[in-house]
Design a protein around this ligand. Structure first.
Ligand code: SF4
Length: 350
């Protein structure tokens, strides 16, 4: 069976998550190599275009107006400033430029300004992505008409655990935004955050929800919680790095065509852990010294790490070429697909 599946069960996802670590990484590698160049990493740069004073209460977020985190509020950046940053990101090697605004949802006058930014960034030859909170169908269409490539809207965690993290918007609100984005023909960027106190079952359920959407998200960011002082999750227990890698591996197996992005939290990860995440199937990173308002490894360090690993930045547009496996890769896909549905050899967590 070559085609990606949309009928994953929680039991299957939990069984994958609980595989012995070498077996899980082997299966993830099989899937990864069937659909992607295992040495290529897609590079995205993220810019906060409107910072802080967000009315939502996401417990991990330093930009919520409800938490005292010391983040300086900034109004929507002028168009020229955004284009300047995009030009710099392109010069540094990024192929996608992501713009994030701390809004519950964009107002019409703001959306028009963001649409102008999308047009301007696209004229530089970069792929474009925005994350602006909840959007309606017409708003998603307006962005599509401006040339937007990707819309980011994360589910964050399982529906069961979601209420522990956010109260100001429902899980269904998030799914509705994803539906509007998909209906407009935009690529979907949607993932979650690991380390917020959720259980392995919550992680598995998040991945089941993502993989059983009508289309797999084209981009799946897997974030590790950044413990920002002042947020309710500042003192959350650190996640076991191997559990983080497991989550990436299961995402890779369940959503074979997606770009799985090693996202927030990378600054606190060792080079060895990042290499393990690449082995597990991560093939995209945020590239640049800042992620909205939290830190990120510097560009020189990332370049050096990829060079040490013999890996390289993916050429722009290569992600879209991963829609079908090549003839040479197809035999691996067949074995990988059966590997993905085979029962676990034994539970690693028993
Ligand atoms: S994650 Fe987004 S919606 Fe939630 S508080 Fe932060 S900026 Fe607002």
């Amino acid at each position: 069976m070559l085609e990606p599946r949309h009928d994953w069960t929680l039991a299957e996802a939990e069984a994958l998550y609980a595989l012995p670590f070498p077996e899980l990484l082997f299966r993830a590698q099989q899937v990864h190599r069937a659909w992607h160049d295992p040495a290529a990493v897609q590079m995205s740069t993220l810019l906060s275009i409107k910072t802080g004073a967000c009315p939502e209460d996401c417990a991990y977020c330093p930009q919520s107006v409800r938490f005292d985190t010391g983040v300086a509020n900034e109004a929507l950046l002028p168009l020229e400033a955004v284009i300047e940053r995009a030009r710099a990101a392109r010069a540094a090697g990024a192929t996608r430029f992501c713009m994030g605004a701390a809004w519950r949802s964009p107002k019409p006058k703001d959306l028009e300004k963001v649409a102008a930014m999308v047009r301007g960034v696209r004229e530089l030859g970069l792929e474009t992505c925005v994350t602006l909170g909840m959007v309606s169908g017409p708003q998603a269409q307006q962005l599509k008409d401006a040339g937007l490539d990707y819309y980011n809207h994360n589910l964050d965690t399982s529906e069961a655990y979601y209420g522990e993290i956010i109260s100001t918007r429902s899980y269904q609100d998030r799914l509705d935004t994803l539906g509007a984005v998909r209906a407009a023909g935009l690529n979907v960027c949607c993932g979650g955050i690991i380390g917020m106190g959720e259980s392995p079952r919550d992680r598995a359920q998040l991945l089941v929800t993502l993989a059983n959407l009508p289309e797999h998200p084209q981009s799946v960011p897997i974030n590790q919680l950044v413990h920002v002082p002042g947020t309710p999750l500042a003192d959350a227990a650190p996640v076991d790095p191997f559990d983080f890698v497991r989550t990436i591996a299961v995402a890779r197996i369940m959503m074979p065509r997606a770009q799985v992005r090693l996202s927030a939290g990378r600054e606190s990860m060792s080079d060895e852990l990042q290499a393990l995440a690449f082995l597990a199937g991560a093939n995209s990173i945020f590239y640049g010294e800042k992620l909205l308002v939290t830190g990120n490894p510097d560009v020189a360090h990332d370049r050096a790490l990829l060079a040490r690993l013999g890996m390289h930045a993916e050429a722009q547009g290569a992600a879209h070429a991963a829609q079908q496996p090549t003839a040479a890769q197809a035999p691996v896909t067949a074995s990988a697909a059966s590997a993905a549905s085979a029962p676990p050899l034994q539970s690693a967590t028993a």
